[in-house]
Ligand binder design. Structure first.
Ligand code: FES
Length: 123
């Protein structure tokens, strides 16, 4: 059901884990399946220098989170906010329709982590 690229990223995911003392952290749950995703970010001068994820999720959640965290490294937080689940899915060459909801986790967790960073910065 998954294409080769998705399977390859799923088997060799990047950025698995958690950043110690992150500058921003976001955890979201998927309404449809109950799975959970956490993304932690290292941010310097509004640029994301590192990103890691942890998930209780399926192969699609792992593949999209790995890809999304790779994409946002080096981006400004404003640009990272524009990374949609659709772009991540396109980069992976597509996902089965019933798995699109899994890709939303990474996008939402990144947004939450950036919100967390901004609220800490302005505190
Ligand atoms: Fe839950 Fe994919 S089935 S994230």
């Amino acid at each position: 059901m998954y294409n080769e690229k998705v399977m390859d990223v799923f088997r060799n995911p990047k950025n698995v884990g958690e950043i110690e003392n992150p500058d921003g952290i976001g955890t979201v749950g998927n309404e449809k399946c109950g799975d959970i995703m956490q993304i932690s970010l290292r941010i310097k001068d509004d640029i994301i220098t590192d990103a890691k994820f942890k998930t209780f999720g399926c192969a699609a959640a792992i593949a999209t989170s790995s890809t999304a965290t790779e994409m946002i490294k080096g981006m400004t937080v404003d640009d990272a906010l524009k990374v949609t689940n659709r772009k991540v899915v396109e980069t992976l060459g597509g996902l089965p329709a019933q798995k699109i909801h899994c890709s939303v986790l990474a996008e939402e967790a990144i947004k939450k982590a950036i919100e967390d960073y901004r609220s800490k910065k302005n505190a």
